[in-house]
Design a protein around this ligand. Structure first.
Ligand code: PLP
Length: 466
C-alpha cells in the first residue's frame, strides 16, 4: 500500500530507538525522586532571585515560589530550589497524569516530530480531527444531542465561544443566568458572570447576569424550591431576554459543592419551558466524576445544549448541538491548540475511557474513598481542626479550623513548605482543596500526603496568623 512520506518518517526504526533511549534515561533519573525533600541551601539564593525577577516581569507576585526544575515522577515534582513536593493541585487540575508520565513524554516527542508546533483554524493536523471525533463520541454515549466540538486554547475562550453561540442563536435575548458563587473565567464577559466582585473591579459591565442560588445538600428540598422560585422570578421580570443559563455542576472555585440530579432537572425543565439554553461549564469537572463528563454523572444528557471542557483535557473545547451551529465568522481562532497538547489530550482521553477510571467502582472513586477515609480519620483524631472532607471524585477539600481566609492561607503555605502543594477554594468558610493527578497518583502517595497534613495541623492551631 502507498505510504505518505510522513508515515515513513514517523515509523522509521531510528525514531522508535531514539524515543526508547529517552524514556529509558528518564526512568533512570526518575528513580532518584523517591519522596519529599526540603529546598537545597545551594540553590536558595539563585532560586529566590529567579522568583523575585519573575514576579517583577509578570507584574505581580507568584502565588507560590514555584518554579519547576523540569523533572518529576507521578505526583512528585522537583522544583528549581532542589525541593521535591507532592503536587496535589496539578496547576489547578491540569496535570492529571502528574509529572513526566512516560505517556505524556511520548506524546510530546511524537508531537515534536510533526511539521508545526501549533494547529489552527486554517491549518489543522489529522490528530485534531481525530480528537474532536473521540470527544464527540464520548459526549454522545448516553444520548446527548451534542454534535459539534470546537477546540480552543483556554477555558475562558471555550466559555466565550459557548456564550457567543448561545447569544447568536437566541438573538436578541441579551441576558445570562448563572449560579451564585460561580466561576467562569477571566475575560471581560466572564469576569462579569463570575460571582466574585474582586475579579471585576474597574471593569466595564459587558453582560447582564441574573443569579440563582445553588443546591444545598443539607437542605435538598428547600434549596431546590428556593432556586426554582428565584429562577421563575428572573424569567418573569425579563421575559424572553435570557439566552442561556450556565451550570457549574460541581462548584469549583466556589468551594467544591456538588449539585444533584433532581435539582438540575427541576431548573432545566423550567428553562426548557421558557426556551432558555442549558450550558454546562465542565472546565474543572471534566474527567473527575464517575463519568468522563459530569453531565453524564448527573444524568442530564438530554438537557445540555452547549458544554465546555478544559484543564485535565489539555485542550479546551466547546461542544454544541446542531441547532447552535453558527454562521461563518462567529467563532474562529488562529490556534486551536499546540500539537503537543492535542497529542497529550488524545492519550489522556483514551486513558480515562479505557483505563478503568469511571463507574461506581472505578479508579477515581477508589482514590476518592481512600483520600476521604484518611482525612476523616485525621478529623476524628483532631476534633475542631478539620471539617469535611467535601467534594466529589477527583475534587476533594477540607476546612481547617475556623475556615477564615487567613487560616486557610496559612494552612496551604504551611503544607507547601512541608512538601504538599494544595490551593484554596470557597468563600467563608474557605477550604483547602486538592486536584490530585488521578492518572498517576497511588494510595501510598495519598497516605504520605495525609501524614504531612496531620503533622502540619498542630502548627496551625494558634490564632496567630502572622
Ligand atoms: C468552572 C471553570 N470555568 C472556567 C474556568 C476558566 O478556565 P481558564 O483558566 O483555562 O481560562 C475555570 C478555571 O479555573 C473553571 O474552574
Amino acid at each position: 500500500m502507498k505510504k505518505l512520506l510522513a508515515d515513513s518518517f514517523h515509523n522509521d526504526p531510528r525514531v522508535a530507538q531514539a524515543k526508547q533511549l529517552i524514556l529509558d534515561a528518564l526512568a533512570d533519573h526518575q528513580a532518584k525522586l523517591d519522596g519529599v525533600r526540603p529546598p537545597d541551601a545551594d540553590f536558595k539564593a539563585q532560586h529566590e532571585q529567579a522568583v523575585e525577577r519573575f514576579s517583577q516581569l509578570r507584574g505581580g507576585k507568584l502565588f507560590y515560589p514555584y518554579i519547576a526544575s523540569g523533572l518529576g515522577k507521578g505526583a512528585l515534582v522537583e522544583l528549581a530550589d532542589g525541593s521535591i513536593k507532592y503536587d496535589f493541585i496539578t496547576g489547578i487540575g491540569v496535570h492529571g497524569w502528574g509529572h513526566c508520565h512516560p505517556d505524556m513524554v511520548e506524546a510530546g516527542i511524537d508531537a515534536a516530530l510533526r511539521d508545526t508546533i501549533m494547529q489552527g483554524n486554517l491549518q489543522q493536523g489529522a490528530q485534531s480531527a481525530a480528537l474532536s471525533q473521540k470527544l464527540i463520541d464520548a459526549a454522545r454515549e448516553n444520548g446527548s444531542r451534542l454534535e459539534h466540538c470546537f477546540l480552543t486554547t483556554s477555558g475562558a475562550m471555550a466559555n466565550e465561544n459557548a456564550l457567543k453561540l448561545a447569544f447568536h442563536h437566541k438573538a436578541p435575548a441579551n441576558r445570562v443566568l448563572a449560579f451564585e458563587r460561580c466561576f467562569m473565567g477571566r475575560s471581560l464577559a466572564l469576569a462579569q458572570i463570575t460571582d466574585k466582585p474582586a475579579y471585576r473591579v474597574g471593569l466595564p459591565q459587558t453582560v447582564a447576569v441574573d443569579y440563582v442560588p445553588f443546591f444545598d445538600s443539607n437542605q435538598p428540598k428547600e434549596s431546590t424550591e428556593l432556586a426554582l422560585k428565584t429562577l421563575r422570578s428572573h424569567l418573569a421580570r425579563y421575559p424572553g431576554q435570557h439566552a442561556v443559563m450556565s451550570f457549574e455542576l460541581v462548584q469549583g472555585e466556589g468551594g467544591y459543592y456538588p449539585g444533584d440530579h433532581d435539582f438540575f432537572v427541576a431548573l432545566m425543565d423550567e428553562l426548557k419551558a421558557h426556551g432558555v439554553l442549558v450550558m454546562a461549564d465542565e472546565i474543572q469537572t471534566f474527567g473527575r466524576t464517575t463519568r468522563l463528563f459530569a453531565f453524564q454523572h448527573f444524568g442530564i444528557d438530554q438537557y445540555v445544549d452547549v458544554v465546555t471542557i478544559g484543564k485535565l483535557s489539555q485542550v479546551c473545547a466547546t461542544f454544541f448541538t446542531d441547532a447552535l451551529k453558527p454562521k461563518p465568522g462567529l467563532i474562529s481562532q488562529t490556534f486551536t491548540g499546540s500539537t503537543s497538547s492535542i497529542f497529550a489530550a488524545s492519550k489522556i482521553i483514551d486513558g480515562l475511557l479505557h483505563g478503568g477510571y469511571f463507574g461506581q467502582d472505578g479508579k477515581i472513586t477508589r482514590l476518592h474513598d481512600h483520600f476521604v477515609s484518611r482525612l476523616e480519620a485525621i478529623a476524628d483524631r483532631h476534633p475542631g481542626a478539620v471539617a469535611g472532607p467535601f467534594g466529589i471524585g477527583g475534587m476533594i477539600a477540607f476546612t481547617p479550623f475556623d475556615g477564615a481566609l487567613e487560616t486557610v492561607k496559612k494552612a496551604i503555605f504551611a503544607l507547601y513548605d512541608a512538601g504538599v502543594i494544595a490551593f484554596l477554594a470557597g468563600s467563608g468558610p474557605y477550604r483547602v482543596r486538592f486536584l490530585m493527578p488521578i492518572g498517576a497518583v497511588t494510595t501510598d502517595d495519598i497516605d504520605a500526603v495525609c501524614q504531612i497534613i496531620e503533622d502540619t495541623l498542630p502548627g496551625l492551631a494558634s490564632n496567630d496568623n502572622s
